[in-house]
Design a protein around this ligand. Structure first.
Ligand code: 1CP
Length: 349
């Protein structure tokens, strides 16, 4: 078992578009509230404190790998962790999400946000190193996915001050104050790029850029106000030789642009059938996209739908099975175990 084994894992092969021994599978938010072992280690520990404690990061990241034998681990952290690390006054409020004390609205607000350096996040480097050492010995070598928030999605939390449905203030800034918008997006792009580079430098084998809320945009606005900045983040890790996954929710009209931003793999949510997504993303791999609520259906209904996803994924350059968005906290872990087993043992042709 070695780095070579990790490089030859089904997950990385699919990401590179090479032949795979089985369809690789992992789940967005595979660590977290659906797991009793997660709830146990998080008892009395605030989310952002957990994200700054290497032993907890390692343990929580490994929990779903041990339980399900998924084909990749995703680093346990949050898209707002880098902001916290540079001193932005924010918290992750249970049941709500990230809440920012002083929302960013002006050029002076943007100028007051420091750039991120690896020295701000030594616990990230330590945790990635610890994880990579452990993961090399799990299931013949399991890759670690590093991640960051894309500029638009992170900007939404900074500008709104918390979770938002409409992203109205964010888009008002984008439309009404393009100079402030541009400065903010450049600032976040630099922060996300450093966050990704730090994880890869410490041993992460792939990265995922989460632009969860990009689906709020028209293709024209995405291309003009957002894509160049996400492209900057993806380009910043282009020399590191790791596959880049680019994911958003409700992005059926943006999949080509998200691919063109510099992705090797385009993440697709469950609303867009893969047979529609694949011609749009062209010569890239795809990741997705079972409706996350199908785990609440009878097992044979869930697996029948998973089979459809796998079959449709065959037309892509490479396919990584996932849910169309994160694991819903009330998900039964035993259903995810059955789903993992089903995907990994599904005949190749
Ligand atoms: O106390 C808790 O358990 C809080 C719940 C929680 C968890 C488990 C939050 C708060 N973040 C996380 C971890 C997390 N966040 C991971 C690693 C876990 C894994 O994937 O196994 C990742 C990749 C994220 C990324 C993240 N955070 C995204 C992008 C992914 C997505 O789901 O679209 C987003 C949008 C966030 C913001 C955020 N953090 C937490 C919540 C509840 C939210 C969403 C709030 C909202 O609806 O706006």
């Amino acid at each position: 078992m070695s780095d070579q084994a990790v490089r030859n894992s089904a997950f990385l092969k699919a990401a590179r578009g090479e032949a795979v021994p089985h369809t690789p599978v992992w789940f967005m938010r595979q660590a977290g509230r659906s797991l009793p072992e997660y709830l146990k280690v998080r008892e009395g520990v605030a989310m952002l404190d957990a994200c700054a404690t290497p032993e907890l990061i390692v343990e929580i990241t490994l929990q779903p790998v041990r339980r399900y034998g998924v084909d990749a681990a995703i680093f346990f952290s949050d898209i707002v962790l880098p902001l916290k690390a540079i001193g932005v006054d924010l918290d992750i409020v249970p049941g709500v999400g990230p809440v920012v004390a002083d929302p960013v609205r002006t050029l002076a607000d943007v100028a007051a946000i420091p750039d991120l350096t690896p020295e701000h996040i030594p616990y990230i480097t330590d945790a990635v190193r610890g994880l990579v050492t452990e993961l090399v010995g799990i299931n013949g070598g399991t890759p670690l996915i590093g991640f960051a928030g894309a500029p638009f999605t992170v900007a939404s939390y900074l500008v709104e001050g918390g979770p938002s449905k409409e992203h109205a203030r964010t888009k008002a800034l984008m439309f009404g104050a393009p100079d402030v918008w541009d400065a903010l997006m450049r600032k976040i792009a630099g922060i996300s790029a450093t966050f990704l580079r730090t994880q890869v430098a410490a041993g992460a084998s792939a990265v995922q850029l989460f632009d969860s809320w990009a689906g709020a945009l028209t293709p024209g606005d995405y291309a003009r106000y957002v894509q160049p900045h996400s492209a900057e983040v993806l380009a910043a890790v282009g020399d590191l030789g790791v596959p880049r996954i680019h994911f958003g929710v409700g992005t059926s009209n943006l999949l080509d642009l998200m691919g063109d931003a510099g992705a090797d793999v385009v993440g697709v949510d469950w609303r867009t059938p893969l047979d529609r997504a694949i011609p749009v993303v062209g010569d890239r791999s795809v990741q997705g996209n079972l409706d996350p609520t199908l785990v609440f259906a009878p097992t044979e209904v869930m697996t029948a739908r998973a089979a459809e996803v796998i079959t449709a994924g065959r037309a892509a350059r490479g396919h990584i099975f996932n849910l169309g968005h994160g694991v819903i906290p009330s998900t039964d872990p035993d259903q995810l175990a059955r789903l993992t087993e089903f995907v990994q043992s599904y005949p190749l042709d």
